[in-house]
Write a protein that binds this ligand. Structure first.
Ligand SMILES: [Ca+2]
Ligand SMILES: [Ca+2]
Length: 310
């Protein structure tokens, strides 16, 4: 066989490989034309009560970007980067079995076409919306082909949840995902209902929390904390620190007759509704914000629902 024939054979092989690669690219692009079906993996782990999910960036539910993208580098089943240019949005859909607190984390940078940048002006301002509600904006690093991890927290619903990453205002230089979008759901319990009597000091709820737990308290009802004044709801009346002997109140900075909470050494103004992160581990106690020595002339009670997320 002549040298020329060998080279001819080799170029033919390269041509075939080239056509095969082109075919793969075309079939990939065609998958982007339609709306990919909403996708979420089943829960991949259950650590205590929380559930974990991961979403592949290429399996988005909807996307629209100026210029180019979403496109990808690497293997379609395991891309090293999924990128999109300038302004736009990408929406992921995830089905959750329960409502609860969610943490969303993924590795991001802005997107420079065929280059990297260390210029802060090449960052992107990325806002994450969960079911239409903003979870806040992050200024993500300029495209460095590596990215950094960004974390958002929100309140998810039971059923289908939409996660929409938006680059629209401020610095708008596109977006790269280097990783799956990882979601941790901490289901919320239905909560416990307790009655807080206005004539008693700190009242045990029978619930205990660990430091860092999230506690949501809802209260209704009315109490009279001073017989010469109208009854008040859980938000109370004027601030206790505007009356005499204010330091005798459990929380002088909270309203007179309002609902207050104690966990370990820390106290929290609750009012009609509050979500707090506990600074201590301990039992949850509640009372009406009134001076301990003047509880006896009070009337009424609050009905309180307490939910704990971890
Ligand atoms: Ca790039
Ligand atoms: Ca009183």
């Amino acid at each position: 066989m002549s040298k020329r024939a060998i080279y001819g054979g080799i170029s033919l092989v390269f041509a075939i490989l080239g056509f095969a690669a082109l075919g793969l690219l075309v079939s990939y692009i065609s998958t982007l034309d339609g709306d990919p079906a909403p996708h979420s993996n089943p829960p991949s782990s259950t650590a205590e009560s929380s559930l974990s999910y991961s979403l592949e960036p290429l399996k988005y539910a909807a996307a629209q970007w100026d210029g180019y993208g979403p496109g990808y580098d690497g293997a379609i089943n395991n891309p090293s980067q999924v990128w999109m240019s300038k302004r736009g949005f990408i929406v992921f859909s995830v089905s959750l079995p329960q409502e609860g607190l969610v943490t969303v984390r993924t590795r991001l940078s802005s997107e420079m076409l065929n280059s990297v940048s260390a210029n802060p002006q090449d960052s992107s301002d990325v806002t994450l919306y969960l079911n239409g509600e903003s979870l806040g904006s992050k200024r993500v690093v300029p495209d460095d082909s590596v990215g950094q991890e960004y974390v958002w927290n929100g309140q998810a619903i039971s059923g289908t949840n939409a996660l929409k990453f938006v680059v629209e205002s401020g610095l708008a230089n596109g977006l790269v995902f280097y990783d799956r979008v990882r979601i941790t759901l901490t289901p919320e319990s239905q909560g416990k209902s307790v009655t807080v009597n206005s004539t008693q000091s700190w009242q045990e709820t029978g619930l205990r929390v660990k430091q860092g737990d999230s506690i949501t308290v809802d209260a209704k009802g009315s109490v009279t904390w001073d017989e010469s004044l109208p009854a008040v709801g859980p938000e109370g009346g004027y601030a206790a620190n505007t009356v005499a002997n204010a330091s005798d109140f459990p929380m002088p900075e909270a309203g007179c007759g309002s609902l207050v909470m104690r966990i370990g050494q820390s106290k929290y103004a609750v009012g009609r509704r509050a979500t707090i992160q506990s600074r201590d581990s301990g039992a949850i106690e509640l009372m009406v914000n009134d001076r301990l020595q003047y509880l006896g002339n009070n009337h009424g009670a609050f009905t309180v629902n307490i939910r704990i997320g971890r």
